[in-house]
Design a protein around this ligand. Structure first.
Ligand code: ZN
Length: 65
C-alpha cells in the first residue's frame, strides 16, 4: 500500500489553496516543502506545515529549467 509518510498538509486544505496572484490551484513540490502555482510557477514556501501564500514570500520561477 502506498503511504506518504511525510504528508504534513491536509489534502482538503491543499484543494482550497490557490495562488494569490492568478487564483490557480497550487500543487505540492519538493516533498511538501513548497507549493507551486500551475500558471505563474511561483513556489510558495511551507513553513512549519503552514503554507505561506504570499506573493512577497514566493520564489520566482527559475529561468529555463
Ligand atoms: Zn500564480
Amino acid at each position: 500500500m502506498a503511504y506518504i509518510r511525510d504528508m504534513a498538509l491536509d489534502p482538503a486544505l491543499l484543494e482550497i489553496l490557490v495562488c494569490p496572484e492568478c487564483k490557480t490551484p497550487v500543487r505540492l513540490v519538493r516533498d511538501g516543502a513548497g507549493l507551486q502555482c500551475g500558471t505563474c510557477h511561483r513556489i510558495y514556501p511551507v513553513k512549519d506545515d503552514i503554507p505561506v501564500m504570499l506573493v512577497d514570500e514566493a520564489e520566482a520561477p527559475a529561468a529555463g529549467r
